[in-house]
Design a protein around this ligand. Sequence first.
Ligand code: GTR
Length: 416
Amino acid sequence: MIPLLALQLAFSQTAPNFNEQLVPMTEIPDPLTTFNGQTINTTSEWENTGRPETLDFFEKNVYGTAPGAPESLTNTVLEEADGALNGKARRKQVRITIKQGTKTLDFTILLYLPKDTPSAPVFLGYNFFGNHTVHSDPEISIPTAWSMNDESIGVLDNRPKAISRGVRSNRWDIETMLAAGYGLATVYYGEIDPDKNDFTDGVHALYNADATGRGDSDWGSIAAWAWGLSRVMDYLATDDRVDASRVIVFGHSRLGKAALWAGATDPRFAAVISNDSGCGGAALSKRKFGETVERINSTFPHWFSKNFRRYNENEDSLPADQHQLLALIAPRPVYVASAVEDTWADPRGEFLSAYYASPVYALYGKKGITSSVMPPLNTPVSRTVAYHIRSGGHDVTPYDWEQFIRWANEQFQPDN
Ligand code: GTR
């Protein structure tokens, strides 16, 4: 009997919790109280004290510290066409070469822009399996970088495949974006850092003196992907056809975590969208609902800094939680989107994060989520801090894009 009980106890500690009744009653840190207990009353106190120490915490203890801009970044337009997508779009494929010392890394930006807009706002987001998966357009080039395998899209040997062309088009409502006057910039995330526990490849290899050993606060892959988004921004800022003051960084799931961190670290992003980003993204870690810090660090040891492991089964001791990541984006607009069946990502924890971040937005006179009661299904709360929970599971759907586009239009109104 005793060994069985011990086994059950041990199991109950690590088994994921999906029961709201079992969520621990922990206190969520007030983003307007500094780590040494000072109250923040003004935007300048936030910008001079609260924000820097919060950013420092996330950098050293969660995602790891990334380098600044590289020594050089050059671009080569590989291809451009004015009549793409049945004449609706201007397509551009641009190779970016990053140089650091003697090492280089290349990645390719796929850009679709509304054909007749001189300077268009743009959604920027990574894709999971290659630029060619976002649309069936036969002109999109296929990356050669390492890829996760996925039998359902014909990738079995860790190399992107032509057969996957357009397989993720359901997640990228490109025609709707274009019709609304927005462009899309997308990059295959594996070109920045392959999604595996290996620090000898991708962008890490350009910087790490000893690429195999990682210091406790060194950057993990999420920080690398976020850094890559900033490099895309470096390019977008030079493209006349892009309105660089209206680049909205978007990401789904692990790439939503990266989008949030990019928005927090790089103020050039005008707005941020997190879709189903879950643990280590928008969801509050202290709730320990669905995916936990221990679970994510064990399954994906390369995503976060090693320091983050100190909070494995120890979320109570986190001096800051993920709502403070959202607060770092203030006063720029942020949209947190959840899906009701995506319990692994803790929709309620994502919502509460938006709620608890909102006092920082209020300092700037911006309206966020002011009620701790979740809105009904498919009923967006569209403010500077926005939120929706839609029907269905872990995915990006036309419903999500419809909300993001409407919200972006509202945010870019002159009186907002
Ligand atoms: C899951 C992971 C989540 C989320 C997701 C995804 O396996 O546990 O944190 O990032 O992958 O990126 O699809």
